[in-house]
Design a protein. Structure first.
Length: 676
């Protein structure tokens, strides 16, 4: 039997068929809202979206936002940008997680107002249209009557005048479309057929230190006098030295007891002598594990005093969290199921072929008691947070479960939104990005190995472009205890100066492993990118008063960073063309161009180079043909430039980088010129 109108199956109608606006292209949005975007407390968040509808009716919309836990949504009206793109801004004034979403609707009143004005201007009769407008005004008055009596009265009066046939139509239209009336109608939209975006997006709002920070790493055990094992008290004495150079964060490797089983000797040799101190990353001994301190460093009370003293100098203590254990760690006996058991009855030690770490056992994140493991590792962070630590550098997070980090960091930041996490992960880009999406506040990067002009420009464009810049905060390190890159081995003092200046100005977050960096330690273990006599395996004594030290230059660089807001962010960077590939030129600017810096670097540490820089004047806030001054903060020299094309010469034996503050020429009310 052929189907008929009476017996054929009818399709189910979609819900919300009267909602005509489609919402697409929301920003900030990371992976369709799966992960939060990142901001700093006090930031103005620019939320944007595409609003699409059939026909030519006027649209309206708003962004809805709130701090998680707040009952009521706040809102900001969307404004059109063109091509169906709309945007609004709001300020995140509190640490923690924020939510936002969008709502849009057909704006019946402004559609009516625009159409009726066109008809009136064309000389057409608008009597019926005025009755339509009066009805819209009356509906709005009813919507607000209980909450806003004065607004309701204004709209009711406008409706009466629009209905008054004794008045000229033009007066009736003016009464219904006056400025106060339009403003009141915009504030009383009819949301019965509005479209709400189908996702609630999130923002993680961090302290300013997450976006702008300078890190200094040292080994506490190497702070002792005359080669003696250092203590927390010795580190306290070192704090003024670090603070005076302008650093924000003092990062220390693991401070826990070190295992003796399979302890490594100097330069990672397999046999350790009785006095060899071992690697701080081989965590755990009979005296304790991740919640204990090495007995030669001091006590927990000594550590607490160190944290308090550092805070008084505006220094944060960052603690290294390495989720791995030595064979002597209490976890090995108490929870052997947390580790991979090999067929011969031994526990699998850590490997990164051809490297072997016989003194370290990794956790098994696929073990049956994964819940117990997760809770204990969470508690390690919680323990040190209770002791005043608010910044953590996490060792090799890419070798631990991604879902663990998302859960652990999320739970910790829900309780302590001021806590920050740096991911020490030199691995595949998408894995590094996954860690950042999962909650890490900052991330190590490939800067350490990017050295040519093309490499640096390509890499910076990659990590500062959307959507990466919504979740990934790069931290640039010229060296680490694990990495002495080849260019520092052979480039001499000019290369150290170059990499310092690049790290500190390309990224708003940067760090260094000292005193190896300021004392220009550059001798590698043969055939490697590792330091000879590596501090990871032995005590070192550093002469901080060495006249070759770069401490004064480091102080100058950090002072320039603090004095110039343009250097306190990474995303707004522009590369400028040069006619010499040995010269790298880039600028940074605040949104209002109130502060603009231009960096020109000679990437060749052995030879002087000069060349023409073709500046993008608009990015510098300079009008075509306008003269301007550039003040080199490193050389304390001022130059007067005009136009886009200017010549720069740099001798690396003098200084390989110019850091220019761009100053525009302005005319005062007293009719003389000066530079702003």
């Amino acid at each position: 039997m052929l189907p008929t109108k009476e017996n054929r199956e009818r399709p189910r109608l979609a819900e919300g068929g009267q909602r005509r606006v489609i919402i697409e292209g929301a920003s900030p949005e990371v992976d369709g809202g799966r992960y939060p975007a990142k901001r700093i407390v006090g930031d103005t968040v620019r939320a944007a979206v595409d609003l699409i509808s059939d026909g030519h009716d006027a649209l309206a919309g708003r962004v809805l936002f709130r701090h998680v836990g707040a009952e009521e949504w706040r809102s900001a009206s969307l404004a059109p940008l063109g091509n169906d793109r709309w945007a609004a801004s709001f300020v995140v004034d509190r640490l923690g997680v924020w939510e936002l979403t969008f709502e849009a609707w057909i704006d019946a009143f402004n559609t009516w107002r625009s159409g009726t004005r066109k008809k009136e201007k064309a000389g057409q009769d608008i009597a019926v249209e005025l009755l339509v407008g009066a009805a819209l005004l009356e509906d709005a008055a009813r919507r607000v009557k209980g909450a806003e009596a004065a607004v309701a009265a204004l709209l009711e009066d406008a409706a009466r005048k629009a209905r008054d046939a004794t008045r000229p139509n033009v007066d009736r239209l003016l009464a219904a479309t006056g400025e106060l009336v339009v403003r009141a109608m915009d504030g009383a939209p009819d949301l019965a057929r509005s479209t709400r975006y189908d996702r609630v997006l999130r923002l993680t709002v961090d302290p300013e230190l997450a976006r702008f920070s300078a890190w200094y790493e040292l080994f506490p055990r190497s702070c002792g006098e005359a080669g003696q094992h250092g203590t927390f008290a010795d580190v306290e004495k070192r704090l003024p030295y670090v603070a005076a150079m302008g650093f924000d964060i003092l990062y220390v490797p693991p401070i826990h007891p070190i295992g003796k089983s399979f302890r490594k000797g100097p330069n990672n040799t397999l046999t350790a002598g009785r006095e060899d101190v071992g690697s701080p990353w081989a965590i755990g001994a009979a005296s304790g594990g991740h919640k204990a301190v090495h007995e030669q460093l001091g006590t927990l009370a000594d550590f607490d005093r160190l944290v308090a003293t550092a805070k008084g100098l505006d220094l944060a203590i960052a603690l290294d969290i390495a989720f791995q254990v030595s064979p002597d760690h209490p976890y090995v006996k108490e929870h052997p199921d947390w580790f991979v058991q090999r067929p011969d009855g031994t526990i699998q030690y850590a490997e990164n072929p051809p490297k072997k770490y016989q003194d370290v056992y990794p956790f098994d994140f696929e073990c049956e008691d994964w819940q117990g493991l997760w809770l204990e590792l969470y508690d390690v962070f919680a323990f040190w947070i209770e002791h005043g630590v608010r910044v953590f550098r996490v060792d090799n997070p890419h070798t631990k479960a991604l879902r663990f980090w998302e859960w652990c960091i999320g739970e910790l930041k829900a309780r302590h939104p001021d806590v920050l996490f740096l991911a020490e992960a030199f691995t595949r880009p998408k894995l590094m990005y996954a860690l950042a999406k999962g909650g890490f506040s900052q991330s190590y990067t490939y800067f350490t190995w990017r050295s040519t002009k093309a490499e640096l420009e390509t890499y910076l464009r990659e990590i500062t472009a959307a959507p990466v810049n919504e979740f990934y905060r790069p931290s640039f390190w010229p060296n680490t205890p694990d990495i002495l890159p080849e260019h520092l081995q052979h480039g001499g003092p000019p290369m150290f100066l170059l990499r310092l200046a690049l790290a500190a100005t390309l990224s708003s977050n940067y760090g260094m492993y000292g005193p190896a960096f300021e004392l220009m330690e550059h001798v590698p273990r043969p055939g490697s990118e590792e330091y000879l006599d590596n501090e990871k395996f032995q005590l070192r004594t550093w002469n901080l008063d060495d006249p070759r030290s770069l401490r004064d230059v480091i102080t100058l660089v950090n002072r320039a960073r603090r004095a110039n807001p343009a250097l306190q962010q990474t995303e707004r960077i522009t590369f400028h063309a040069t006619d010499n590939d040995a010269l790298l030129a880039y600028s940074k600017a605040t949104d209002d161009h109130g502060n603009v810096v231009l960096v020109v670097a000679n990437l060749d540490p052995a030879h002087a180079h000069g060349g023409w820089i073709d500046l993008d004047l608009a990015e510098l806030g300079i009008r075509p043909g306008e003269s301007f001054q550039v003040h080199d903060l490193f050389a304390d020299a001022r130059l007067l430039w005009s136009g886009a094309r200017n010549y720069v010469s740099l001798d690396p034996k003098v200084f390989p980088v110019s850091l220019f503050v761009v100053r525009r020429k302005v005319r005062s009310e007293h009719d003389f010129e000066y530079f702003l």
